[in-house]
Design a protein around this ligand. Structure first.
Ligand code: 5GP
Ligand code: ZN
Length: 113
């Protein structure tokens, strides 16, 4: 069985450079950025998506949102940003390991395409 891509990245098994790492979370730049600032915040524990996140696991969300604010501000993106988590095929999820996109640096528009 092939290992999950974001599990491999989170374990440090690739050459991905971390912007942030602690016991629970890693953050790194998206390989295909959709905005001048586009990072991914990824829980180290394998969870498929926001749809399968249990209430107990949900405590991690506060930390994810707090980290998003700090990393965007650290790169000077103080005019706003967007946090996105895609769920399932029609939700646009391509990597089946829970992750949060944080995008900034251009007018992101609403609604999303
Ligand atoms: P999803 O489509 O599942 O919401 O988001 C997956 C994201 O992971 C995509 O934006 C894609 O560009 C990014 N991605 C896929 N493979 C890699 C990789 O090996 N390294 C990095 N840094 N990002 C990746
Ligand atoms: Zn995984």
């Amino acid at each position: 069985m092939q290992e999950c891509l974001f599990c491999s990245i989170a374990k440090g098994q690739t050459d991905t450079i971390f912007l942030y790492e602690d016991d629970e979370l890693v953050a790194f730049r998206d390989i295909s950025p959709q905005a001048p600032f586009h990072i991914l915040i990824v829980p180290k524990a394998h969870m498929q998506s926001a749809a399968t996140l249990t209430e107990d696991e949900g405590s991690i969300l506060g930390r994810v949102f707090n980290l998003a604010a700090r990393l965007a501000a650290q790169d000077g993106y103080t005019n706003g940003y967007r946090i996105v988590t895609n769920v399932g095929e029609e939700g646009g999820q391509t990597v089946p390991h829970l992750h949060f996109h944080v995008l900034a640096g251009r007018n992101l528009g609403w609604p999303p395409g």
